[in-house]
Design a protein around this ligand. Structure first.
Ligand code: GLU
Length: 313
């Protein structure tokens, strides 16, 4: 049966986990994957894995294999073969062409330092850190000068500081302003925000469950989905695991990967239980199976604690 089709021809929107194969998954990534899987499976929805491998400079093949092995080791399964973004460049090119045809794309020659400087102060409706649209307002001369420089431009959307509102299952009502974000980098790579929206649309992802570091990207992605006539998914942005110092979990925090924990004498069931217990899905002493967790998981009532360290780590 094709993913997405269960119970006859009724389309059940899928869930997904979309890791970038640029390193080993740590316990925070694994907890996000577990929760994305639980949201999907508790609603009897398909669950897909997508390999976000567009950043060719940082991607390593061995991480892809290792990440899939780690997901399977903690008891997660997925429908169909994982797709790789690197095999879907035509789809992103088509989407970009649609945006270009609608006059929604412009070239940007700004360097990182110029962007940092330009966005370091609030600009009208745009909060600090957002690109203020410098290259959209170039005079004819300024533009010719940049074109002649030979430096390839990035491509940005003209979003006109649009307001986008949405409801997140975990964070409630949200609203954000959309800046002129990049859809193709100046090295020619399609940007994360473009690829993710195209893929979530093409794969009929109905509910996006991911770390809440991406909550701020959601207005951009919803804006883009609308411009590309793609259905609006729902969202659950789940808390991140932090190190004891309050920073995002990273290698320097110690034994933070599945392999590290196994080396410390834990089993995969111990690790799954630790992840589940940290968001209130079981007692620390329990060792629930994946299917027991699915039965317990209530997508509408799940209220995880805020981002923080994993107890006992
Ligand atoms: N590939 C992204 C990451 O690993 C996740 C993108 C998403 O879930 O939207 O951070």
């Amino acid at each position: 049966m094709a993913p997405g089709l269960r119970g006859g021809a009724r389309l059940i929107p899928a869930g997904r986990f979309a890791p970038s194969p640029t390193g080993t998954l740590h316990l925070g990534n694994l907890r996000t994957a577990l929760l994305a899987w639980l949201y999907a499976r508790a609603q009897d929805a398909p669950f897909l894995v997508r390999i976000e491998d567009l950043d060719t400079g940082r991607v390593r093949e061995r991480f892809e294999r290792e990440q899939l092995d780690d997901l399977a080791a903690i008891g997660l399964d997925w429908d169909g073969e994982p797709v790789r973004q690197s095999a879907r460049l035509d789809l992103y090119a088509d989407a970009l062409a649609t945006l270009e045809a609608a006059g929604l794309v412009y070239p940007c020659w700004c360097t990182r330092a110029e962007i940092r400087e330009a966005s370091s102060a609030p600009h009208g409706p745009l909060p600090e850190g957002h690109y203020p649209g410098t290259c959209r307002r170039l005079t004819h001369e300024e533009r010719s000068e940049r074109e002649a420089s030979g430096r390839p431009p990035a491509l940005r959307v003209a979003a006109d500081a649009a307001h986008v509102a949405f409801t997140d299952r975990v964070h409630g009502a949200q609203e954000g302003v959309v800046d002129d974000f990049v859809v193709r980098r100046n090295d020619g790579a399609f940007a994360y925000n473009l690829a993710v929206v195209v893929d979530d649309g093409a794969q009929a992802i109905g509910e996006i469950v991911r770390g809440d570091d991406l909550l701020d990207s959601t207005p951009r992605q919803l804006w883009l989905a609308e411009r590309l006539s793609l259905a609006r998914p729902t969202f659950a942005h789940v808390p991140l695991v932090l190190g004891a110092d309050g920073a995002r979990l990273a290698k320097r925090h110690g034994a933070v990967t599945l392999a590290d924990r196994i080396e410390q004498g834990e089993t995969t069931a111990d690790v799954r239980a630790r992840l589940a217990a940290s968001v209130g899905l079981c007692d620390p002493a329990e060792r629930p199976s994946p299917s027991e967790l699915v039965v317990r998981f209530d997508p509408t009532g799940f209220t995880p604690p805020p981002s923080g360290p994993l107890p006992g780590l």
